[in-house]
Design a protein around this ligand. Structure first.
Ligand SMILES: Cc1cc2nc3c(=O)[nH]c(=O)nc-3n(C[C@H](O)[C@H](O)[C@H](O)COP(=O)(O)OP(=O)(O)OC[C@H]3O[C@@H](n4cnc5c(N)ncnc54)[C@H](O)[C@@H]3O)c2cc1C
Length: 401
């Protein structure tokens, strides 16, 4: 058994960490407090990340879809600025389908992807369809060569700055649940911001589709057929193996869920590092507070939670690499455990810092707010527990029927 990353993976982690420390760490606290990034700011972020090969263009996205590299990216960005995660995580979903789109769509979007000027979103959740997305109210009505889309989406990351969306719809004729690649330039839609407690710089909003016309060839099954026929969709071998034991959507969700677990590890790690430093420096009763056993116990608890969450996260990623069906259970467990661990660790970090912990002068209160976000998007902890339970018990034990 080998718990070490390869030299290449370590080098990648270091170059990404150096970039994040240099470009984003000095500005994160002030900028995050100001609220959602504008589209121009988000593009600037994407261009900076591209310097270390992190991007959504067809070549860079191959690395992004490597489960272990995705885990490293999630952990490192989580450690410095979690608000940036949806730019990559959610943007990647429409981006992977661009090479399979029509020549016309590709000619518009590929150059944008190459230049790092593509902002995408994945729009599934609705006001009345949160955990239960089995019965979407957003409909797509086929008229000739176009789908006409009507409906509202809620809590969509990047909604207000996205140029391209991958939108979950119910086919009005068949009742089937499918997805459409929607370009704002061609199919204008409205979006408004939904303010929230954490990930302050990440735009999140409602999207409104009113008789929006989307070319028929932008529908998921058409895109998938073209992608496989032309070989444009280069998915990792392990991921393709997962498709033999679970539905494409279930397989697709394993990576972001384990990624959310590892992003939580990143947040917790930042809070832990700050706490270790403070425990060494802050003097009370004539000695550093790190000498007090109750402080040491908190550091122990934080450290063991982080290590356990990290092991679970990368174990899930390694099962995805192998195409092991257990990846579904492990990615769900990694998401729950990582999110809950980050909440506990950032809470303890505030306690160690005393009054400074809740002060806006230090990043501890941001860590706590950002950690609190982690148990909701990409599947709540409760839904992750139901997936785990079903994976343990097997057929006949779905909590939904
Ligand atoms: C910051 C943020 C970003 C997001 N980004 C996106 C995005 O990019 N794209 C997108 O499509 N969505 C996104 N979401 C939406 C997110 O996926 C939903 O919020 C989530 O699925 C929960 O839906 P809900 O908020 O409507 O809660 P509800 O479904 O109303 O759930 C409320 C509570 O009931 C629990 N619950 C529900 N059903 C069960 C059950 N069967 N058993 C036990 N407990 C249950 C839930 O766990 C939760 O605790 C985002 C959300 C947030 C907060």
């Amino acid at each position: 058994m080998n718990f070490r990353f390869t030299e290449e993976q370590e080098m990648f982690r270091q170059s990404l960490r150096d970039l994040l420390e240099k470009e984003f760490a000095p500005i994160v606290d002030e900028r995050d407090r100001k609220g959602p990034l504008t589209r121009e700011e988000a593009i600037e972020v994407m261009k900076k990340l591209k310097r270390v090969g992190v991007g959504l263009d067809p070549e860079s996205i191959e690395d992004l879809l490597d489960p272990v590299l995705f885990g490293i990216i999630a952990e490192e960005i989580g450690r410095v600025w979690p608000s940036l995660l949806p730019l990559l995580g959610m943007g990647a979903i429409p981006a992977i389908f661009v090479p399979a789109a029509s020549e016309e769509v590709r000619s518009r979007l590929l150059p944008r992807l190459e230049r790092g000027e593509f902002i995408g979103c994945f729009a599934e959740t609705e006001p009345e369809a949160g955990c239960d997305t089995s019965n979407l109210a957003t409909t797509a009505r086929l008229e000739g060569d176009y789908y006409i889309v009507n409906g509202t989406k809620s809590w969509i990351s990047n909604a207000t700055i996205a140029d391209t969306a991958f939108v979950g719809v119910k086919d009005a004729a068949t009742g089937n649940h499918t997805f459409l690649l929607v370009e704002k330039e061609i199919t204008p839609f409205e979006a408004t911001e939904s303010p929230k407690m954490g990930w302050k710089a990440s735009p999140t909003g409602e999207m409104f589709f009113d008789e929006c016309k989307v070319p028929r060839e932008n529908e998921l099954s058409v895109l998938l057929e073209k992608a496989f026929a032309s070989g444009t969709m280069k998915l990792p071998a392990g991921f393709l193996k997962l498709l033999t034991s679970m539905t494409p959507v279930t397989a697709m969700l394993t990576i972001p869920r384990a990624g959310m677990g590892l992003a939580s590890v990143g947040i917790a790690q930042a809070a832990f590092e700050a706490s270790v430093k403070y425990a060494r420096e802050r003097v009370q009763f004539g000695r550093p507070i790190g000498k007090f056993q109750l402080i040491q116990e908190m550091l122990y608890e934080m450290n063991v939670l982080i290590e356990t969450a990290r092991l679970l996260g990368y174990k899930a990623m390694s099962l995805i690499v192998e195409g092991d069906p257990e990846a579904r259970k492990y990615s769900a467990m990694a998401k729950i455990y990582g999110g809950e661990a980050a909440i506990r660790v950032t809470n303890l970090a505030i306690q160690i810092h005393g009054g400074m912990g809740i002060s806006e002068e230090m990043p501890l209160e941001r860590y706590y707010r950002d950690a609190r976000m982690m148990t909701i998007p990409d599947g709540t902890s409760e839904i992750m527990k139901l997936i785990t339970g079903y994976s343990i018990l097997g057929k006949g034990f779905s909590a939904y029927n």
